[in-house]
Design a protein around this ligand. Structure first.
Ligand code: ATP
Ligand code: MG
Length: 249
């Protein structure tokens, strides 16, 4: 797999697959995570596998929202850890946001492996191994959170979120920034800011944007967030999928 020639037309996509498969081999990504990635890839194909203007705008607003948050947290699952570990650590350091491992298919072993994997990519303390709070009205394992982390956050960045939990977090009054290539998913529909882009592009983009925005005053950041229209972003994403399809047909 690793000897894919760089000029292969699907080089980037194949390398991403390789990263996810190797996440499964290392025990950090669940097998179900492979299917989730496949669903994402299908939508990525439909939008041309690049960061489109609506995604760029969402990433910019999300970066401003992260910097404005008083208690921001980055929630990490097995797919995000396999795909963008170093970038998540960078974003965490730049925004002073702790990383918290939170899994749908939770096993204690997998949580520890993800924490070690993030630490191998430069993370310090990572939350999630000893959850001591729970998200109200959420039956899945994703309800297990840390009181000093997601539970008391005002802004949560979740590269790959589950629709149910996204809704539950929003109900708790938390501003949720989600990355999801499917503009129709419950996650994208529920999040405060929905980034319809591949995490492998969205997170590095946000690292750059946060670096640029870090010195700006609060008013400037608030204007960026205020001017952003999530519903319009989702509608633009749907439009772009239909346009792309009609061009192909
Ligand atoms: P929801 O519960 O929000 O309705 P879902 O059940 O359709 O979502 P899941 O199988 O829970 O989806 O998770 C996969 C979701 O994550 C899909 O919506 C998919 O588009 C998205 N996804 C998967 N891989 C990526 C990726 N690399 N970048 C961005 N989004 C991705
Ligand atoms: Mg789901």
């Amino acid at each position: 797999m690793t000897d894919i020639p760089p000029d292969h037309p699907r080089y980037f996509s194949l390398m991403t697959r390789h990263r996810i498969v190797s996440g499964v081999d290392k025990g950090i990504t669940s097998q179900e995570g492979l299917i989730a990635q496949g669903r994402g890839e299908a939508f990525d194909y439909l939008t041309g596998e690049k960061t489109l203007p609506f995604a760029h705008a969402a990433e910019y607003a999300a970066s401003a929202m992260m910097l404005l948050g008083k208690r921001r947290v980055i929630s990490v699952n097995g797919n995000a850890a396999a795909l963008v570990p170093a970038e998540l650590v960078q974003l965490s350091k730049l925004t002073d946001a702790p990383l918290e491992v939170n899994l749908f298919y939770r096993t204690e072993e997998r949580v520890v492996k993800i924490i070690r994997h993030l630490q191998a990519h430069g993370a310090g303390q990572v939350l999630g191994a000893r959850p001591d709070a729970s998200i109200p009205c959420l039956a899945s394992q994703r309800s297990k959170v840390c009181r000093d982390g997601i539970y008391s956050a005002d802004v949560v960045f979740v590269p790959l979120e589950d629709g149910d939990r996204c809704e539950a977090l929003v109900r708790m009054g938390i501003q949720v920034i989600a990355v999801d290539l499917n503009p129709l998913s419950r996650t994208a529909q529920q999040a405060t800011i929905s980034i319809v882009d591949n995490v492998v592009r969205a997170v590095p983009n946000m690292v750059k944007m946060v670096r640029d925005l870090k010195g700006r005053d609060e008013r400037y950041l608030q204007e960026i967030v205020r001017d952003f229209d999530n519903k319009k972003g989702l509608a633009d994403a749907m439009d772009s999928i239909s346009r792309h399809l009609s061009e192909i047909m």
